[in-house]
Structure formats: structure tokens, C-alpha cells
Design a protein. Structure first.
Ligand SMILES: Nc1ncnc2c1ncn2[C@@H]1O[C@H](COP(=O)(O)OP(=O)(O)OP(=O)(O)O)[C@@H](O)[C@H]1O
Ligand SMILES: [Mg+2]
Length: 312
């Protein structure tokens, strides 16, 4: 559905996006995660044909968004991170207005307006002025607006920011419905755990670079393969045992970092897989160190996010 090839954007001399390559299939909910300034909005604006890239290209359903923007716009629904609404219109008029912009016939506009207000759970607000909606409701109305021309790909830039937990949960439901309707969605957020719950796959961007792209399971597996070792010494071991353990670990070339998390807990990074871990444990046993617990510390997604976006 979406193919991004070598997409690069410079603002003056500043590289905001560098050589992004990404593919999103049909009916995929794809999360776009990264800290402030990572390049998410820049990418999405290029895909929405609002800005030209410095180099590289992207196509939606085979239509090039750079060379054939007019055609591409028919296939894309875009919800920007900040948007204005025409406050002196009623919700139904607002959607009708956007339907006219896309030259949709009156009958179809009326059908779409009713269907979309229902989708975003604003049917009881159809005759209310946009002005009277809360921020979360305006966000949902904007989502409905981006769907008025029945696009195949939705590009949602932080659609859930500022929403309360219930509205966020509703948003997850709406996204699932969109997938059932056959749409693909690219959705950005700063919150990896939240996106991982609602998406099939993820891309993590940092400082304009892709640092990960794949399924949530792949990300967890990849990170947990590199997770640090937690080594706990038995209660009552005393400082000497801790010092001996640190000395022992320092002598092992595979050990790259040793942190004393608690008086008797060492968090150790090793360069290698399970064979290396077993070699570390063996050496500690040979030296008679009172190890009572030895395991890889599982990382939650928040930690993964901090880990992969720290120094790209
Ligand atoms: N119009 C612009 N002119 C100059 N620099 C820009 C412009 N727009 C964005 N940038 C810079 O490009 C980088 C990427 O910005 P972008 O808005 O794409 O990030 P983002 O991932 O959407 O961040 P956020 O999570 O804060 O929305 C930032 O360093 C930003 O300062
Ligand atoms: Mg942004």
C-alpha cells in the first residue's frame, strides 16, 4: 500500500529525515514512534503531499506522491497534529463541506457524513456547532474529516494526544474498524507501549534515522536478546563478595558494563548470547562467588524506547 524509498528532507542544511525506507502492506496498522524532533511529522507531511522531499520518493498504491500529488491525494486521508476547525459550522455541515471539496455528490456526502459521525461516535453531535465540541471530540471530528473521500491510506499524526484514557481506548476500537474496512493506517505517537497495543508493526525513528522497523514481537525479542544480566549475591554476602564479583566480571572480556543497582545486585552488560552468559556464570561459580540469582532482566517497551532512541 505504501512504499517509501530513500526519503530525505533537509530544512536548509538541517537533515530532518535521512534515507528512510519503509513498506506498509494492505490492511496494516503501522505505528510511527519517536521522540520530539525525530522526523515523524516531516515524513507524514511529505506523504500527504504538503511538502516536497529533498530526495527520495514514496508511492501509495503505486501512485507517486511527489510526481503525481493530485492523484495520490485521492488515496490518502491526512489528520495533521495541529488543525483548525471552522467553529461556526455544525458537525454535519463541516463534514459536508469537506465532501464538497472532494467533489462528492450530495447523496453520497449525506451517506458518508452519517456513517463517519457514527464511526467516531459523534452522531448525537451532528447538529451541534463545532465550537461546542471538546478537544477530544474535535480530534474525532478531524479523523472523520480525513475519511470523507474514502481513502485507502490514513496518515494520522498523533491523533490521540490530549485524549483521556477512555477516548484513547475508543480510538483503538476505531482503528480496528478502519482495518476491517480495508484501510491501511500510519499513526504516530511518542508512546511506544500504547502504539504497540494497537498496531501490527512499528517503525521507530530518531534524529531523522530509522532505528527499528518490524513487528512488536520482533522488537521485544531483539531488545531482550541484548538485555542486561541481573546478578544477585546471596543475603549476608558482604562488601568483600561484591568487590570480588566486580573484579571477576571486570576480568572477563565479554563484559562491557557493570552497574551496582542495589547493594547485592549487579546489572551487567555482556557482548554475546547465551553461551557468553553461561561462561560468565561458570567463572563466578569457579571463584566461589555466592550468586543466588542470575537472569536477563526483561525490558518493558518503555525501556526499549529509551534504549533505542538514546544515541542515534
Ligand atoms: N519548517 C521547518 N524548518 C526548519 N526545521 C524544521 C521545520 N520543521 C521541522 N523542523 C526540524 O526537523 C526536525 C524534525 O521535526 P518533526 O516535526 O518532523 O519531528 P517530529 O518527530 O514530528 O516531532 P514531535 O514529536 O515533536 O512532533 C526537528 O529537529 C525540527 O526542528
Ligand atoms: Mg510531530
Amino acid at each position: 500500500m505504501l512504499q517509501i524509498e530513500h526519503l530525505t528532507k533537509y530544512y536548509g542544511k538541517f537533515p530532518a529525515l535521512q534515507d528512510l525506507n519503509l513498506e506498509i502492506g494492505d490492511r496494516q496498522l503501522h505505528g510511527f514512534v519517536g521522540p520530539n524532533g525525530a522526523g515523524k511529522t516531516t515524513t507524514m507531511r511529505i506523504l500527504a503531499t504538503l511538502m516536497a522531499p529533498t530526495s527520495g520518493t514514496a508511492s501509495v498504491d503505486g501512485v507517486n506522491v511527489v510526481k503525481n500529488a493530485h492523484e495520490a491525494r485521492k488515496l490518502i486521508g491526512y489528520m495533521p497534529d495541529f488543525f483548525g476547525t471552522y467553529d461556526n459550522m455544525k458537525c454535519s455541515e463541516y463534514l459536508d463541506f469537506y465532501g464538497r471539496c472532494y467533489r462528492i455528490g450530495a447523496k453520497e456526502r449525506a451517506r458518508m457524513t452519517a456513517q463517519l459521525l457514527e464511526l467516531v461516535q459523534l452522531e448525537d453531535k451532528a447538529e451541534e456547532y463545532v465550537d461546542s465540541l471538546s478537544r477530544g471530540m474535535k480530534q474525532r471530528l478531524c479523523l472523520a474529516r480525513s475519511l470523507i473521500h474514502d481513502p485507502k491510506l490514513l496518515i494520522l499524526d498523533e491523533p490521540a494526544s490530549g485524549m483521556d484514557p477512555r477516548a484513547r481506548a475508543d480510538m483503538k476500537g476505531i482503528l480496528r474498524t478502519l482495518r476491517e474496512m480495508g484501510k491501511s493506517v500510519l499513526i504516530s505517537s511518542h508512546i511506544l507501549p500504547e502504539l504497540s497495543e494497537m498496531c501490527d508493526s512499528l517503525t521507530i525513528l530518531d534524529h531523522g534515522h530509522l532505528v527499528f522497523s518490524g513487528s512488536v514481537e520482533n522488537l521485544s525479542d531483539m531488545m531482550n536478546g541484548n538485555a542486561p544480566l541481573d546478578i544477585r549475591l546471596a543475603e549476608g554476602s558482604g562488601e568483600t563478595a561484591v568487590e570480588q564479583a566486580v573484579t571477576c566480571l571486570k576480568e572477563l572480556p565479554c563484559v562491557t558494563e557493570i552497574l551496582q543497582e542495589e547493594p547485592l545486585l549487579l546489572r551487567v552488560r555482556v557482548d554475546g548470547g547465551e553461551d557468553v552468559c553461561s561462561a560468565v556464570l561458570r567463572e563466578m561459580m569457579v571463584r566461589g562467588l555466592p550468586v543466588c540469582d542470575f537472569h536477563r532482566a526483561p525490558m518493558n517497551l518503555e525501556k526499549v524506547f529509551m534504549e533505542v532512541t538514546q544515541d542515534a
